[in-house]
Design a protein around this ligand. Sequence first.
Ligand code: ATP
Ligand code: ATP
Ligand code: MG
Ligand code: MG
Lengths: 256, 256
Amino acid sequence: GPVIVAVANQKGGVGKTTTVINLAACLAASEKLTLIIDLDPQCNATSGIACESQEEPSLLDLLLDPAAHPQPLPHPTIPRLEILTGCPDLVGGEKLLSEMPDPAHCVRRILEGLSHNEKKYDFVFLDCPPALNLITLNALSSATHLLVPVQAEYFALEGLTDILESFEFARQNTNQNLQLLGLLLTMVDSRTNLSVEVENELRRHYGDKVFKTTIPRNVRLSEAPSHGLPIILYDIWSRGAKAYMELTKEILNNGA
Amino acid sequence: GPVIVAVANQKGGVGKTTTVINLAACLAASEKLTLIIDLDPQCNATSGIACESQEEPSLLDLLLDPAAHPQPLPHPTIPRLEILTGCPDLVGGEKLLSEMPDPAHCVRRILEGLSHNEKKYDFVFLDCPPALNLITLNALSSATHLLVPVQAEYFALEGLTDILESFEFARQNTNQNLQLLGLLLTMVDSRTNLSVEVENELRRHYGDKVFKTTIPRNVRLSEAPSHGLPIILYDIWSRGAKAYMELTKEILNNGA
Ligand SMILES: Nc1ncnc2c1ncn2[C@@H]1O[C@H](COP(=O)(O)OP(=O)(O)OP(=O)(O)O)[C@@H](O)[C@H]1O
Ligand SMILES: Nc1ncnc2c1ncn2[C@@H]1O[C@H](COP(=O)(O)OP(=O)(O)OP(=O)(O)O)[C@@H](O)[C@H]1O
Ligand SMILES: [Mg+2]
Ligand SMILES: [Mg+2]
């Protein structure tokens, strides 16, 4: 089956959505059929690639209806990239999800529904909201792998133990096959002591769980979503594009 | 009574905690008795000023017990600054809060409990998690003012309508006296087109709801919390310190 990557961290603004969009686009450009599922009610992954939130059914409808047929939206211009668009109503959806039978596996049921389609995805990316809530638990409970973006800053480093505890919780309770794909340093600025210190600390503590590739702070990455484009279509020569291409190679070479 | 400022935005990493810590410290240094309440289970406002989360009672205990006596912690080195420290258990607390009578006013009850103490605060700051959840609704339902940090980036601008809708919802349902203190541009980098465009867009749409003062991207601001210090004690000559001092002046001159 597909490699299903939950991209999660309760710390806000660490580059979860940016990583989902750009990794997915690089893999689609590497002849891998790739699906994004936008589990964040902010819908940034959806708007960041110029898509509109689908209704009839919305993602919340799909989560609440085990028998629903999910219809991913093929991206209009990026081949082999599809998306199940985000739903703002997920904000109020926590309570509804919690009343479902087996509430931690609503996302898994959607993925099972997809497996009956004739299209076989190579990769699925789950963009998560900045919270250790039932939606993020759903992502951890249905993924094959977890990727944690870690901004090269103090608060982001501090919060890392929380998401790794949730990872362990999911492995022990709802998804024993969940693996850690890796910790990804983002917004790295090698000119600042803080960034260098955070990277050293992270590699000292977590060793080869940390990707060799790091993502530099690069304004082109933050400009790209306002044009609805992944970085490889917005500015292929930027340091941001090069970094996400390197990361793609590292992930494919690790055998995911 | 005190000016109670909810600092909220569901977009993650926009500078909510950084603004709470540094505005509160500047006001304490302006002879205003100031209290921080750390409503974010990440507890960044607590650790950012070198405090430990208090137990017996924890903040969650206080929220669930209307008759509890809140005991703010005076900061060990910063005069006139106190904090009700954060509680990691707030992650699971949503469900418990929702079962309370009048769940939107648990924070208000704490503030009413505080008003019986002989200490009369001039300012109270509520640091909110990156979500439009019951905790953030509690902050909006008990504050006199809302301050929205807006990072000078595309996704942050896009998400602004959501927090302003919640502001309207609170004014109409749970707190008719709630005022907008202002929209605060953060991490501004006047060398980039994106930042300049976001600022122009924001001022065009929201006019004088936007503070004249903007907070520049300044690495000293992100270094300070790793030393447990607000910026005016970490590096008073930095652009970050100057900006938060300017903002304090602007807020005091506006008559808050
Ligand atoms: N490497 C980078 N260099 C510069 N800007 C970046 C980089 N990565 C992300 N950004 C920008 O930083 C902001 C935060 O990134 P992003 O929205 O991807 O984080 P997130 O973790 O998904 O946030 P949230 O917690 O709100 O979901 C965005 O405005 C994004 O464009
Ligand atoms: N003006 C600034 N210049 C540089 N770095 C900043 C600035 N403001 C905040 N930061 C840093 O950016 C990161 C995000 O800021 P902060 O944690 O205050 O945002 P937040 O909105 O509270 O995040 P969350 O949504 O996770 O609660 C932190 O590492 C912080 O130190
Ligand atoms: Mg995101
Ligand atoms: Mg914060």
